[in-house]
Design a protein around this ligand. Structure first.
Ligand code: NDP
Length: 280
């Protein structure tokens, strides 16, 4: 199941999504994002995660086009995600914002479209728009991001279609155990953002000793921990050697003791905003 960078998880609707993708948050909409996307695809990545608010969808689209030519890939071999920004929530505005994202990416369809944050009073109506886009075939899978258990429960009281994905902040210092268990029971696949805690884990002594034992880097140990927990990952890097390193995860396995030790690092500590208390 998990032997190469191209391996996929099957979502609740049967769509296959790669376990590993490239994140592009805070990556400039110029050669930087074009080159990162090309480096990722050249090194075997097939999934790219962007968002309207990252303001780099044009560059992502350009990188995809150039990489498809360079590597000789068809669109169907790639898995492209974007996200609806908070200001665009609401039924009609969501439909319009989706088409704007498609236009900037210069794509005919998306593989995954997510509600970026659970804006109170709006997200159930927004979800109805995602259901419409899905049923029209403009997006292969739909999901949410930064939803806590209570947001998912509320959404599912009115939804016709369950979210296929919930993308949340998740790393060893915020292991999200109850959310992972709840999501699994509902057939919602969890995807980690900030899987490397935005670079704040590299000095940790527990992780360093496990990395030394396996002859791998701390980043690789953390990413492997996610995969062994059945979590989809989208590490971000603009450096080709790190893009390669973050995909080189399939020649070792963490044993039960390693996994247990990493699980002890949880402090419910966020690097990003709290989904129950954000004001944007
Ligand atoms: P990550 O945990 O992926 O960390 C990225 C940071 O780690 C960068 O500073 C990068 O630097 C560095 N890095 C990457 N690989 C290595 C490595 N092997 N060794 C050392 N340093 C490394 O954080 P992100 O916040 O970017 O999260 C990943 C993706 O998740 C985002 O890019 C975005 O697509 C998504 N996301 C979604 C959110 C949401 O609300 N849904 C919120 C935030 C992110 P460098 O680039 O210089 O290599």
């Amino acid at each position: 199941m998990l032997n190469t960078i191209k391996d996929s998880v099957t979502l609740s609707n049967g769509v296959k999504m790669p376990w590993v993708g490239l994140g592009v948050f805070q990556v400039e909409n110029d050669l930087t994002v074009i080159d990162s996307v090309k480096a990722a695809i050249r090194n075997g990545y097939r999934s790219i995660d962007t968002a309207a608010i990252y303001e780099n969808e044009e560059g992502v689209g350009q990188g995809i086009k150039e990489a498809m030519n360079e590597v000789g890939l068809s669109r169907e071999e790639l898995f492209i995600t974007s996200k609806l920004w908070n200001a665009d929530q609401g039924y009609e505005s969501t439909i319009a914002a989706f088409h704007e994202s498609l236009k900037r990416l210069d794509l005919e369809y998306l593989d995954l479209y997510l509600i970026h944050w659970p804006v109170e009073g709006k997200y159930t109506e927004t979800w109805r728009a995602l259901e419409t886009l899905y049923l029209e075939g403009k997006v292969k899978a739909i999901g949410v991001s930064n939803f806590q258990i209570h947001h998912l429960e509320k959404l599912m009281t009115t939804s016709k279609i369950k979210p296929m994905i919930n993308q949340v902040e998740l790393h060893p210092c915020l292991s999200q155990k109850s959310l992972r268990e709840f999501s699994k029971s509902q057939g919602i696949q969890i995807q980690a953002w900030a899987p490397l805690m935005q670079g704040q884990l590299f000095e940790d002594v527990v992780l360093s000793s496990i990395a030394k034992k396996h002859g791998k880097s701390v980043a690789q140990v953390v990413l492997r921990w996610h995969l062994q927990n059945e979590v989809v990952i989208i590490p971000k890097s603009i450096k080709e050697h790190r893009i390669q390193e973050n995909a080189d995860l399939f020649d070792f396995t963490l044993d039960q003791e390693d996994m247990k030790q990493i699980n002890t690092l949880n402090q419910d500590k966020r690097v990003g905003p709290d989904p129950d208390n954000f004001d944007f």
